[in-house]
Design a protein around this ligand. Structure first.
Ligand code: ADP
Length: 270
């Protein structure tokens, strides 16, 4: 049985006195998995993210890497779970990109040598070498999001929670960021929780959760979610490659949904 790194049991949360946003909410996230959370505006995605990082308090039982989510363990939880929200500007603390990258390492009392090598490794991966001395104000929106994610991954958290944090990445940077995320998942067992409104992004994940009015309406593997048009029926715009697969399946040109255009080409023109 695969281990869960996040367990939410019987969670309840409400903003106002009358209506619960979450009630009897249960969720387990497997260690080392890459999960996308999607849902219409107002379905509770951001609230769930804020509960998981301890910004909002919910009733029920929540553990993160074995720590009960409460004020007592919040320091341990912050070490385990890194979060990026949708506003990269508010994430910046340092005067330069480099300051920003080392900030978490200073808090974790890394030695000077360890800091230098960590910055070198992460800036090479994210291609930040030429902007290390720049002020965050001088960066493009895409660079800002890259730096924000790099500054989370630099201290190797066990879980990375991205709440609409990649929507300003340009196409090249997005490809690079997803490549790095998959590499961290593979090499270090990083658990990735991606909250997104763009279903194209979900193609990188293993599992998908659909939230609606604080309830999980579907939770399954990407293959299960996209095997038919259930998401389309719920009003979602399916990823291009999924739509294409469905169309080709109608003509018996494909036997299942593919997530990689190269594989589709091979299947059509072996
Ligand atoms: P999503 O991220 O899926 O768009 P949210 O978690 O932001 O959804 O919001 C879920 C529900 O909670 C919505 O009905 C929203 O209006 C409400 N809500 C969000 N933030 C607050 C707040 N600070 N005070 C009161 N209600 C809120």
């Amino acid at each position: 049985m695969e281990k869960s790194i996040i367990k939410i049991v019987n969670m309840a949360f409400k903003y106002n006195k009358e209506d619960y946003l979450f009630k009897n909410f249960n969720l387990e996230i497997k260690k080392g998995s890459f999960i996308s959370i999607i849902g219409k505006n107002g379905s509770g995605k951001s609230t769930l993210a804020k509960i998981l990082v301890g910004l909002y308090k919910a009733d029920g039982y929540i553990t993160i890497d074995g720590y009960l989510l409460n004020d007592f363990y919040i320091k341990e939880i912050r070490r385990v779970l890194a979060v990026c929200f949708n506003d990269a500007d508010s994430h910046f603390i340092g005067e330069t990109v480099k300051d920003d990258l080392v900030f978490s390492l200073e808090n974790l009392e890394y030695s000077k040598k360890e800091m230098t090598s960590s910055v070198e490794i992460i800036s090479k991966k994210f291609k930040l070498e030429n902007i290390l001395e720049k002020s965050p104000d001088m960066l493009t929106n895409s660079e800002k999001e890259k730096v924000m994610i790099a500054s989370c991954l630099i201290y190797k958290p066990k879980i990375l929670l991205l709440d609409e944090s990649i929507y300003k990445l340009n196409a090249t940077d997005k490809k690079l960021v997803f490549k790095i995320l998959k590499e961290y998942q593979r090499e270090y067992g990083l658990t990735i929780i991606l909250i997104t409104h763009d279903l194209e992004d979900t193609l990188y994940s293993d599992d998908i959760i659909v939230l609606d009015k604080g309830k999980i309406v579907i939770h399954g593997s990407k293959e299960f979610i996209y095997e038919d048009d259930k998401l389309e029926k719920m009003g979602f715009n399916l990823p291009f490659i999924v739509k294409l697969s469905h169309n080709l399946m109608l003509y018996d040109l494909l036997d299942r949904v593919y997530f990689d255009s190269g594989e589709v080409m091979k299947k059509l023109w072996p």
